[in-house]
Ligand binder design. Structure first.
Ligand SMILES: NC(=O)c1ccc[n+]([C@@H]2O[C@H](COP(=O)([O-])OP(=O)(O)OC[C@H]3O[C@@H](n4cnc5c(N)ncnc54)[C@H](OP(=O)(O)O)[C@@H]3O)[C@@H](O)[C@H]2O)c1
Length: 217
């Protein structure tokens, strides 16, 4: 398998760090991005002992995306549009994986663009395909590389990019579903608000989704 370079913008956080551990495999280079290069390096030092295989480095978000094939956006919604704008001009030839859920405190809302994914799409204006994924997965389970993972709904308008992201999702041990175009993203993003509610209500950190009735695909 070819070398795979994945940058995680906001990779010092809960989701990004957990994803880095899941991605760890021979031939994979994971680049943890941060607004602060030192913070990224510290995160790498913490994560490295838990990494199964592969290469892990840390740098600024802007540097992180340079050699990446895939760029995962894993920052809170408050920083989403600014971050995507800051990276614009650096993303041609890459696939952007947007994990961001628009939340106001813990409540989901629909942003003016229709969803976080469509916001990124608007900002990038065709520079790179944007694929939504990993919104409904628990960062706690993602970071526990032996824990079973739920299903991942993958959406976006670029069919080839979506297929490649689904392959990555399968590689990390989850089951990926093609959940349609970017216009479906608000549903998938919003579902996370429900999962957060369920986690609080039932005192769990593992809430996730399971698709039934589809069969093997
Ligand atoms: N946590 C989950 O279980 C989970 C599950 C599914 C989806 N998500 C989504 O994934 C994204 C990340 O979630 P998270 O829990 O990992 O968030 P987080 O830990 O609060 O933040 C992730 C990283 O984003 C950077 N950041 C924080 N505020 C920022 C801002 N205003 N502008 C730019 N960068 C900022 C920080 O990195 P630096 O300080 O190093 O720059 C931080 O470590 C969110 O949009 C969330 O909705 C999370």
């Amino acid at each position: 398998m070819d070398q795979l370079n994945v940058a995680i913008v906001g990779g010092t956080g809960n989701l990004g760090s957990a994803l880095a551990l899941r991605l760890g495999a021979p031939g994979v280079k994971i680049i943890i991005g941060s607004r602060d290069a030192e913070k990224a390096k510290n995160a790498v030092a913490t994560l490295k002992p838990k990494l199964r295989a592969g290469e892990l480095v840390g740098t600024t978000n802007r540097e992180a995306v340079k050699d990446a094939d895939f760029v995962v956006i894993a920052v809170p919604y408050e920083g989403h549009s600014q971050m995507v704008s800051d990276l614009k001009g650096q993303l041609a030839g890459k696939i952007v994986i947007d994990t961001v859920v628009p939340l106001n405190k813990v409540k989901p809302f629909v942003p003016p663009a229709g969803s976080a994914l469509q916001e990124a799409q608007q900002i990038l204006n065709g520079e790179a395909p944007v694929v939504g994924a990993l919104h409904n997965i628990s960062a706690v389970d993602l970071g526990d590389v032996d824990a079973p993972l739920g299903d991942v709904l993958v959406c976006g308008d670029d069919v080839a990019a979506k297929q490649r992201v689904m392959e990555i999702i399968q590689r990390i041990g989850a089951t990926a579903y093609d959940a349609g175009p970017a216009s479906n993203a608000y549903v998938i993003e919003g579902l996370t608000g429900v999962i957060i509610y369920l986690n609080r209500k039932y005192k769990s950190k593992h809430g996730s989704i399971k698709i039934t009735g589809i069969g093997n695909h």
